[in-house]
Structure formats: C-alpha cells, structure tokens
Write a protein that binds this ligand. Structure first.
Ligand SMILES: [Fe+2]
Ligand SMILES: [Fe+2]
Length: 326
C-alpha cells in the first residue's frame, strides 16, 4: 500500500540556486537580486538579469526563449528578493492569458512568502486582511478548474516545510468547500483561512521536535497535542478575523468519533469547517514527503483515511470525487 520514501534534490538546489516561475520578472520592474536561467546547450546557469536592471524588451525576449518557464536566484539572496517575488507572483497570477496551473502555482508561491513571514514571527503578524485575500484568491482559482490544484501541488513542493504544508491544506480545503460557495461563501473563506493558519501553534514547539523522525516520547507527544490549542489562542488575538477561524484551527485534530485531540470532541460538537480541514490536513500529510513516515499515493491515502473510520465521510467522498476528476 505504501510507496517507498523518496528524497529528491534538484540540480539547481544542489548548486544553491532556487527555481522560481519566470513570470515573476514582470516587464518594467527592476529585481533587487540577480536572476539566472538554465542554458540547455551549455548545460549550465547563465546570468539573465542583474540586480537593479530593468526587465526590458531584451530580457523579455530571453524569457520567451527559455526551454522551461523557470528562472533562478541564489538561495543566499532569497531574503532580499522575496518581497519583489511575492508581489509580482500575485500580480502575474491574475493574468488570464496564462494556463490555470501556472496561475495557481504563482499564487501559491506568493502565499508561501506570506506564510513564511507569519511563521517566522507569529507574534508580530496581525494582518488578517492579507491572509483573507490569499484565501479568496485560492478559492477563485480553484473554482476555475476543479481538481487542477491537485496536479499543481507536487510541482510547487520544495523541501517539505510547515508553510508549504499549510498552503497545500488550504488549496485542498478550497476544493473540498466548493459546495459552500452558493449558501455560505463567507464560511468558505474562513475555512480556507483557517487551513492556511491551522498549524500556527507549531511555531511554539522546539524545531527539532517538528522534524523528528520516528516515534515521539510520551512527553514530546503531550507537547505536540497542544499545538491546536496554541493555534486557536494565537488567532484569537488577530483583529479582523472571524472567531470561526480560531475555532477551526483549535479543532483541526478532532475526529468525528471522538478519538481526536486535544479535547476529544465528537460529532456535532465539532465545527463542520474543522472536519474539512482535518481531512485536507491528513491527506496532505500522508501524500507529502516528510522527515518521518512513508509517502502514500493519492488513492492509498484516501483508502487509509476511510479505513480509519474517524474522518467525516461526506468530506472524504468529496475528496474522492476531486481525485477522480483530476
Ligand atoms: Fe496540526
Ligand atoms: Fe497540519
């Protein structure tokens, strides 16, 4: 049932270069860091544009001639370039002439920068509107092509990180909440926002515990079980965030049969949004390459969740439909 765990490092990562979608080099902008492209003839990375230089016609022509739509920045320079990248990726994601997969990828990557910032200093971040805007954007793009996001997520996976996990859970949640669009669109936005922020409480855990391979000691497990409580408490302090978001984050490990944590709630005691995020969370965890556990293929993950009998069945059915339709 399981597939063996894979470890994959791209050529560019080995060389300390970070691949980014080429669309972020918007015409007329001036990137704050050097960008490189990969030359298939020379089998090497060549300078594409220097920091401060304008993305003019010459650069645009070179971008159009790229064999793959990826450009590269030096990993060390990423902190200096990430705001430029995030702003442009968000703008480019609205370009209707681009394929939908590409637009989702761009928005996910812009969202990744936002989440990185939130998770780096959660106590300093209070801008609910930015996260709500990201949630609305993800919903809008997911609705344009049912299931398309499931094809996109493997492409946007870099190294497995908390921020990437949160984005994947949000994308899947956006797909699983399509039925709310007519009758409860605000609840849908709140549920996707909660998915983006559900593991905020993990930032309070010691970093080595987060990536620990193998089983946890009892004391460590007690700490991990507290992270939904912390997520809820941290989000209660955010201005402009519906209390529903904090509740869903606090309940994302509860299970319909009462076997979840931290409160052991069951059935209707759990917010419907929490049940959805719980399914999206488990699905992404099972299908992602993590420091611990095996990577499951989509349908194996779904089957495991069905056998466990503790997830919300209507949500699992929606996930099955999404997977079948992709
Ligand atoms: Fe969690
Ligand atoms: Fe999670």
């Amino acid at each position: 049932m399981t597939s063996p765990s894979r470890k994959f490092l791209s050529f560019s990562q080995i060389l300390g270069l970070l691949p980014l979608p080429a669309e972020v080099l918007l015409p007329g902008t001036r990137p704050p860091v050097d960008f490189f492209s990969f030359d298939t003839e020379a089998m090497g990375f060549l300078p594409l544009i220097e920091a401060g230089e304008e993305v003019d016609l010459r650069v645009q022509n070179r971008l159009r001639a790229l064999p793959t739509p990826w450009v590269f920045v030096q990993t060390l320079m990423w902190p200096k370039g990430r705001d430029y990248f995030a702003v442009n990726a968000r703008i480019a994601s609205q370009d209707e002439s681009l394929p939908l997969e590409r637009r989702i990828l761009l928005l996910v990557e812009a969202g990744h920068v936002l989440l990185e910032k939130i998770l780096e200093r959660p106590s300093a971040f209070r801008d609910a509107e930015k996260v709500l805007e990201l949630a609305r954007g993800l919903i809008g793009l997911v609705d344009l092509g049912e299931g398309t996001f499931l094809e996109v997520t493997p492409n946007v996976r870099g190294e497995y990180s908390l921020s990437r996990h949160c984005l994947h859970v949000a994308l899947i949640t956006a797909g699983l909440t399509a039925h709310l669009q007519e009758e409860a669109p605000w609840e849908r936005v709140c549920t996707v926002t909660a998915a983006l922020l559900h593991d905020l409480g993990k930032t309070r855990l010691p970093p080595d515990l987060l990536d620990k391979p193998g089983p946890l000691a009892d004391q460590e497990w007690e700490l991990v079980r507290l992270h939904p409580v912390w997520s809820g408490k941290m989000l209660e302090g955010w201005k402009g965030l519906d209390p529903m978001v904090a509740r869903i984050a606090a309940e994302h490990h509860e299970k319909v049969d009462g076997t979840g944590y931290p409160q052991g709630l069951s059935g209707e005691e759990i917010h419907p949004g929490s049940l959805i995020v719980s399914v999206a969370d488990a699905y992404d965890a099972l299908t992602s390459e993590r420091p611990y556990g095996s990577v499951f293929r989509s349908f194996d993950a779904l089957r495991n969740m069905l056998f466990e009998k503790s997830f919300d069945i209507p949500t699992l059915k929606r996930l099955a439909i999404l997977l079948a339709g992709k």
